[in-house]
Design a protein around this ligand. Sequence first.
Ligand code: PM9
Length: 492
Amino acid sequence: MKNKEHEEGTALSDRSWAEPYKIKMVEHLRMTTPEQRERAIGEAGYNTFLLRSSDVYIDLLTDSGTSAMSDRQWAGMLLGDEAYAGSSNFYHLEETVREFYGYKHFIPTHQGRGAEHLLSRLCIRPGDSVPGNMYFTTTRHHQEAVGGVFVDVIIDEAHDPESEHPFKGNVDLGKMRSLIDRVGADRIPYLSLETNVNMAGGQPCSMENIRSVCALCHEHGIPVQLDATRAVENAYFIKLREPGFAGRSVASILREMCSHTDGCTISAKKDSLVNIGGFLAVNDDDLAERARNLVVVYEGLHTYGGLAGRDMEAMAIGIAESVQEDHIRARIGQVHYLGQKLMDAGVPVVRPLGGHGVFIDAARFLPHLPPEQFPAQSLTAALYVDSGVRSMERGVVSAGRDPKTCENLLPSLELIRLTIPRRVYTQAHMDVVAESVIELFKRPEHISGLRMVYEPEHLRFFQARFQPVVPASVVATGADAQSIGGRQEDEQ
Ligand code: PM9
């Protein structure tokens, strides 16, 4: 592979590079026919979360828990100490988290939202404002569930898919200052600072921004809690894009990022290369003690937090592997390989390319669909029917409703995410994905919109169901397979 951004500063500047591993075990993929896929997506209510994975050819739904573990991690699984209390794997993991992230206290949880739940319950009082650099679905849910009000303080560029700002995850210090002035520092329990901001397209924060926003918050006595779920990927972008960091190791950049903050929540299912797990890590002794008291209510004992000993061992090994330079370069390089192919074909994607996936601007891809027909959701269904590639909606369905007015929140970004699992697919898979997206892009008008026919109460994107809204013109001209569900509607 060759990607300009990833060649700089390496000995291989004018040479191709490849994945830094070889394949030892394979899992067979099943290719289906368009007819089978039309049936499957109809049965799934046009929601890719409701497809069976056996009906999926290339699964780019998420990078969460979908990584391939290394031989060392699998070997570590056999070293699981499955004691209820005080497992040796817990101590290994605690030591590893301290070494790579640097926080004083470590509390394991079953996954990221377990840690978000604990942090939100422990720190947020009803009516508090909780600033964050763009919302994340589960994070905001837990903040609102305990009466907090999420306030977006990300820079404006993050809401513009075409802005080439290299650090679109940055906090706007002016927005943060005016929130402090408006509600008072004592009504802000913490700033939730996400690394490689997911909903913005996997966009990083700069070290300079992390430093200055932490200084501002600390001046007012407001702690900063990092969502370090993809902090390693963020560290790599700092190394590539921020002056003064090219010669530093990703591991040392990660440590520095964390050192400015007061604690973190992590879904270890991403950066840390495991299929399950998460944690809360904090420096404050009192908060740590209260978290240890609460974890036993919701997750399990404070030395396992809902995880098996073997899961903790795999996580400890995965964390050490996650900061290896060749790993992270290949990981982000693969995402950018796919992104570049789409950009070369003129497909509108979020720029600059981010960390964990390529985000297609569905509003520009399907300009004939109004927001109330869920363009991004429609595109995920059409892509699946075309090629068996599973992607995820990140637009109005994910945004949900305003808790007060119950109106749909209309985010500025209406995206689909082609999320790349770590160490799972090859360059050839990326070619197949790109071909399918480009094929759809040639005939977008054949893709019909959707209407929501079932809306769950919480985090609706996971389980909502849809039906096609087939425009009369498409039905009249006898649309082909791309008119997702045209035939389905006719049958009903
Ligand atoms: N992220 C993702 O696919 C999985 C669930 S939502 C579809 O991107 C951040 C930045 C995340 C995240 C999960 C969580 C929650 C917290 N912060 O899924 O509970 O991207 O482990 O983590 C998903 P858990």
